[in-house]
Design a protein around this ligand. Sequence first.
Ligand code: GLN
Ligand code: ZN
Length: 767
Amino acid sequence: MTSSSFRGSPLPATLLGHPRIGRNRATKKAIEAYWRGELSAENLRRTVVDERRAVFETLKSAGLTEVPSNDFSLYDQVLDTLVMVGAVPARHRDLGLDDLDTYFAMARGTADVAPLEMTKWFDTNYHYLVPELGPDTEFTLDAAKPLQEYRQARTLGLDARPVLVGPLTFLRLAKAAPGVAGGFDPVSLVDRLLPVYEQALAELAAAGVNWVQLDEPVLVQDQPPAVLAAARTALQRLGEATNRPKILVATYFGLVREALPILREAPVEGIALDLSGDWAEANLHELAAVGGLPGKRLVAGVIDGRNVWAADLRAQLARLATLHALADEIVVAPSCSLLHVPLDVSLETGLDHDVRRWFAFARQKIDEVATLARGITAGTATIEAELRDNDEVLAHRAASPITHDPAVRERVRATTGDDEHRATPYADRAPRQAERLGLPNLPTTTIGSFPQTPALRSARARFRRGDLDRAWYTARMRAEVDHVIRLQETLGLDVLVHGEPERNDMVQYFAEQLTGFVTTQHGWVQSYGTRYVRPPVVVGDVSRPAPMTVEWTSYAQSLTPKPVKGMLTGPVTMLCWSFVRDDQPLEQTARQVALALRDEVTDLENAGTAVIQVDEPALREGLPLRAAERPEYLRWATAAFRLATGGVRDDTQVHTHMCYAEFGEILSAVIDLDTDVISLEGARSHLSIAADLSGAGYPSGVGPGVYDIHSPRVPDRAELTGMLRRALEHVPAGRLWVNPDCGLKTRDEAEVKASLANLVAAAESLR
Ligand code: GLN
Ligand code: ZN
């Protein structure tokens, strides 16, 4: 443990935000207990105060004195900001609940009132709640939360820096409230919003706050000139406020580019830039090109806040040394809030000890910034022990057979363009598939999973714990497959699935069977609210030692004369929902995963599987934030998919599935996947996709989901027939598939039975 002060002066190290999950998931559990009515509001508050104190104490014991506050949240920081500026929608305010329950009503809805919409926070897997604004929105300040958290940190002797979502980011992430006439742009409210931020700054200054942090990640996206102009005006105005703390404007997740001159000229005292990973060189280059940040503090995000790898400390020291000429003061930090990484790698006792040292989770990243800060202030000699340790870790990782499997590397090198293409164009292979499968027009199918009952989940968990042996487990899963196949036959579906009872998660299931991936025990990362996920980590070269799905698919096929679809997760989705390697381009990792999947595809084919579905629901979310980088991403992403699927015979039908239908700029990439059938969301987007695809010249089969599985509602036959009729206006009957819009795992069996019966009847009525 490092001493809390270094030679009497504060350590130039900080972070932009910390995970909120609490020790042993204490905060998450307390919030859920409150929702269930098992914990009082007072006890929830107590847990929150305790867990925040634990975070502050951790930061203090790591030697940090300037730390973020107000980064804690009961649900989401955008929702907290909405509360701070008094933008609670009328429908939630009118419930007449107290503040806490109004807050949760906005997050989760009530029996009668819909929650706020939720969407992805930039290109992370965190989801925020979307503020609803309109021309009549009035803003009023409620600074209780930032003040409270600041005061708590102060009692521990810390100089806390309240974190607020900045005004531009808040407005850019908002949408027009329901019922507001089209054409309303939330950014038009900036003049009305800024006085509330000015007032917040004044209240924080009065409470003794030295620095405040305004998070403006929208500045790393392409923004229209009007938004950049609004950013300039906003920072000017807040900067000129007389009564305020020093302002740190934080950007992260990418390249500041055209926003950099605005930040440089703004009358604020500090700027945070993402100087990690892919962004480091370009942001540094641009920083030098504009002449640095004279008179300002640069919070240098040299530690990757979004990935899990131990940093190369010597390389970062060298980088920090070049920064001194570019700003008045340098403070070392992770590139973004540590919200996006797990808490502490020392909890991962199941990992090989040497491999565990390759990782840095939040706790370890805090030590990294403290170490670097000591290195730059007191000289590298003072951190020689840490540097040597780090050298050893990096050398071990670089030389490990896990990261360098010559067979995998040679195989990727030897792939050619031909491997990425089906042997025959769709028009020629379609008749062969039709002959082999003998399907009617408007064939019916499902997306893969069938309802997952608590009994099923507990069976998997007991097997995993070793309570039950493999023979028992196999029998249990087979019984489930028997049941699902019989059900589908009774319902009269045309292309069946085995139901995925053996899968805990569509990525983790495969990650556990591939070399090069590890999974964690405690690596929880917030997805939204109290929902946390444990992404697997790609640690090394990926290969597939043994078939992963063939046993289940073949067993299912043995029960029925109808075709059973093989079901795999695509390479892009495997990577988007995992932590990825930082020691080679993502494209390389994607091609390794693709070849592993290709082996599975081949084995399925050899086992007689005639239809293979490779799900890519994350294709769109992998899109880089900046438009200029998207074509390159789409190039390798689609190539990886085709590398996984391109080797099949003409009469094997390749399907893919995506959980959305507004393809927008990925439309041509989706067509480039060259699948035989694509199923997608549709029930909620009114089948607009059928028109989009046919307009773009998409040649093959399409199954716009007609049954919305996100709702317990059972659609009736007339409604489904109507949707199919509309789809038939754009897609000929020979290419239109009839299916739900996603997997059925979250529904119960009664709903599924009734809905699928109607779906089959609707298809039959149109044949
Ligand atoms: N095959 C998967 C399932 O049915 C697809 C899930 C998804 O699209 N997210 O569950
Ligand atoms: Zn889906």
